[in-house]
Design a protein around this ligand. Sequence first.
Ligand code: ZN
Length: 273
Amino acid sequence: MPEGPEIRKAADAVEKALKDREVLDISFAFETLEGYEDILTGATVTGVDTKGKAMLTRFDNGYTIYSHNQLYGKWMIRNAYNYPKTNRQLRLAIHNEKKSALLYSASDIEVLRDEEVPDHPFIRKVGPDILSETVTKEQLRERYTSKRFFRRRWTTLLLDQSFVAGIGNYLRSEILFLAGIHPSLRPIDSTPQQIEKATEATITLMEQSYRYKGITVDPDIAERMKAEGKTRNQYRHWVFRRSFQPCHICRTKIEKMEAGNRRLYYCPTCQAL
Ligand SMILES: [Zn+2]
């Protein structure tokens, strides 16, 4: 399941193919949207924003395409009018002189006026997206200590898209590890230092994972392990998917548990109760 950094990468690819180019042709698979084909043809794409797992393709004539990939949606970028061989259903195709951006299998596609975007039910409830918006450490700290959230467990909070958009299962384990927070705790049980580290880790891990293609461990550690012949799965994370492996900080064996029906990994020493 893609998390924020992977979604932003996909949005970058769509943006690179479409931005600042005039739409030659656009087609929607859904009848209810066909009326927008004429409106968007000839418009220029100004950018592609993400809001958690939703993507907002912006046009210069006041319209935005909202799309949410749910579990199956997938964007593919091709040279103009080249279609990949796939059994997937094509749901949206945007063509310009050079490229075609093709959205397959997604069922959640809408066209909105720009001013309607903030009131869209998903956009309205989703939390800040660190990779698409300016979110300061102070704003995040305020959120982590707000009444709305601070009595809930970290493990459920971090996966709640209305808290921070784009955190998924691997980022959850990694943030708690870097913050030294035991998985059973809530923000209200945590020290100010732990809260501070959790806000920092949320920002730095999202950005690092985006920049280093999903690698969240210190890049020097990843390089060293790679040189030792370890696989990407072995060197990618601090704790995630590393059961029984030694912690990179203290050498304690990493443990695995279930939290909210999803697996979570932690170091019993670095994240002691
Ligand atoms: Zn440790």
